[in-house]
Design a protein around this ligand. Sequence first.
Ligand code: 13P
Length: 252
Amino acid sequence: MSRKLFIAGNWKMNLSRSEAGELARALAAKIGHVEAVDLAVCPTMVQLATVGELIQGTQIALGAQNMFYEDNGAFTGETSAAMLRDVGCRYVILGHSERRHVIGETDELINRKVLKAMSEGLEPIFCVGELLEQRESGETMEVVRRQVEVGLEGVSAGDAARVTIAYEPVWAIGTGHTATPQQAQEVHAMIRELLAGRYDAELADAIRIQYGGSVKPSNAAELLNQPDIDGALVGGASLKADDFTGIVQAGL
Ligand code: 13P
């Protein structure tokens, strides 16, 4: 099974409306017609509509960085899956390490969001990854296994095919310390094995697992060449059109 690479930009809490518009326009011009790799950009909630309009008609899809699991009602500050669909989102990042470790999201909360996203037709980019101290104490596999198991609890085989898993070791995010291709590959292979046990080998083979954590044009090719790395979730380098384009080109 050959999986199509999927490269997504997580813009995090960055860029003004005009900066986001400028970046979206530049990406539309540079990589808007790339078909060999699936592409997405994930701006902040307030810029989804603007960016969505600017990438309309291109191959770049729109994603959000978070959502809540309820339909509507008294949940101040939250955004529903239906609202994300309505504004044109195809994807939603869930369980990002910054939401786990800065905001305090738990595996159980993330699981509720994953289930809701699926039921509303969104495709989750479901993030997992260990902290530095967990890696240093040899707990990486156990931590990631638990995150995958709880996060995907109750997700049917039919729905699992629409999930992208992003392995993002927390110590590699925004630090410039990329995991070595071997370190990443080892965890990706474990995740795929786990999916094979949970579903079956054919489905596990079809599910894309992105790597995230200091991906840049200079290290992208080596990471993307690993057998179980099926794309990248890019933070800092996705804020510069040339850098994101360079990463996409590494995948072509
Ligand atoms: P950096 O690429 O800035 O390390 O961020 C990775 C990330 O968290 C993407 O979701």
